[in-house]
Design a protein around this ligand. Structure first.
Ligand SMILES: Cc1cc2nc3c(=O)[nH]c(=O)nc-3n(C[C@H](O)[C@H](O)[C@H](O)COP(=O)(O)OP(=O)(O)OC[C@H]3O[C@@H](n4cnc5c(N)ncnc54)[C@H](O)[C@@H]3O)c2cc1C
Length: 391
């Protein structure tokens, strides 16, 4: 996140330094490791402006349609479902004919690293550890190499456990879900037709997301599967054929025979609300500023929207000769992000509670809701635009 923001700002002529405690090249895994991001249309704009999109080594896979259904593992999906189609949005601006794009995490890292090395006026310190001092008149960055330099604004983008956020005394409310996310990729014998599936199961949502074909021409999809936290380690410990059979049970057979590609990953799921995302000469972005349930694949997109808001403010401040770390600009950033951050947290938390249940009353009520949304094209389009970050 910090890297994408830095590239965007450097391309606009701002002087930027990036400090990452990890060295960058080891993050470029030589083979596909099974992880991918769903990038919404609104987020793509920042990646384009930062020069990252054009440097992706392989074309991302478009998501043209999303099918949402309700069911139980091993049983056919409920007849009640929602079907979102990019063509329903017409030729309007901002979506390029797709609801979003699937980008391999490895490709994103390679493109980001290339931009970080090429961006004019961007200084890169990685691996490096920084101590930061902030006062009303400015900040100073002290590196473990002994080097130090001044800054007008410090951006905290170190993920959920951000040391800069904690040092600034910015408090966060956290809660853990009784769920874990299992992430992997599969190849399948039938094409996915650029269609994603979100299948709501009692333990949590199971998503299949269409990816670009492999170099060998195989049809590939990413799987993001939410399971009960106590059941997930047992599933992760299964051998490949037993694990693949569990995936197939939940996915159904519409994609034909499936095979696991790359590794499988497991993440305990939690949410986090940060009460204030600014302090003296400090702005907090990305997972350092919020944590949400991956039910809608929006975590990275929400962080990219922080970066879009902050970059617009900083580029305008440069043009106006305004202090980029002054209280007025920071107040504008906090105001710009408050509603989106809070509403995404509430929406993803609510969706998980509503769908991750086997309670027959709740199931009946949500099926009626799904059917109603299906019959209201205006509401459906509003949902689509929101999920795409162009609402
Ligand atoms: C199961 C699962 C599936 C997901 N799927 C999606 C999806 O499909 N789409 C989507 O949009 N999002 C998805 N997400 C969310 C997404 O992965 C995160 O929101 C995103 O990675 C956050 O990016 P970030 O840059 O803010 O933080 P991180 O990715 O945590 O990056 C933090 C960076 O800071 C560096 N760092 C850490 N500490 C320090 C320090 N002290 N000093 C210097 N540098 C430091 C690290 O080396 C790293 O480079 C998913 C999450 C989960 C758990």
């Amino acid at each position: 996140m910090g890297g994408a923001l830095a590239c965007r700002l450097a391309r606009a002529g701002l002087s930027v330094a990036v400090v990452d405690r990890a060295a960058l090249p080891p993050m470029e895994h030589p083979n596909f490791d099974g992880r991918a991001y769903a990038i919404a249309a609104g987020s793509r704009a920042l990646l384009e402006e930062a020069g990252i999109w054009d440097k992706l080594p392989h074309a991302p896979g478009p998501i043209a349609q999303i099918r949402v259904s309700d069911g139980k593992p091993g049983r056919p999906a409920s007849r009640l479902f929602l079907h979102f189609d990019a063509t329903e949005l017409g030729a309007g601006p901002g979506h390029g004919g797709a609801l979003g794009w699937m980008v391999e995490a490895r490709n994103m890292r390679m493109a980001l690293n290339a931009c970080l090395h090429a961006a004019p006026g961007l200084k890169l310190y990685a691996p490096a550890v920084a101590e930061v001092t902030r006062t009303a008149s400015g900040a100073r960055i002290w590196l473990d190499s002994g080097e130090d330099f001044p800054a007008r604004l410090v951006v905290a983008a170190e993920g959920r456990d951000s040391p800069l956020r904690r040092q600034a005394g910015l408090t966060a409310a956290r809660w853990a879900y009784a769920q874990a996310g299992i992430v992997c990729a599969i190849s399948h014998t039938r094409p996915h037709d650029n269609t994603a599936l979100e299948h709501f199961l009692p333990a949590g949502p199971f998503a299949q997301l269409p990816m670009a074909a492999s170099e060998a021409g195989e049809h590939i999809s990413a799987i993001v599967w939410t399971e009960r936290r106590d059941a997930a380690p047992r599933l992760m410990a299964l051998d490949d054929s037993a694990f693949t059979a569990e995936v197939q049970t939940r996915l159904g057979d519409h994609l034909g025979a499936i095979r696991l590609v790359g590794q499988r990953w497991m993440y305990p799921l939690s949410a986090m609300y940060v009460h204030r995302v600014t302090a003296e000469r400090l702005a907090v972005v990305g997972d350092a500023a919020h944590g949400i349930h991956p039910i809608a694949g929006q975590g990275l997109n929400l962080g990219l929207r922080d970066s879009i808001a902050l970059s617009h403010l900083l580029i305008a401040a440069k043009a106006a000769g305004e202090d980029p770390g002054g209280p007025a600009l920071l107040a504008r950033y906090a105001r710009a992000r408050r509603l989106d951050n809070l509403s995404m947290l509430v929406a993803t938390d609510g969706l998980d509670r509503l769908f991750s249940t086997d309670n027959p009353v709740v199931r009946a009520a949500r099926d009626i809701g799904i059917a109603a949304v299906h019959r209201m094209p205006g509401l459906k389009r509003a949902f689509m635009r929101q999920a795409m970050g162009i609402g």
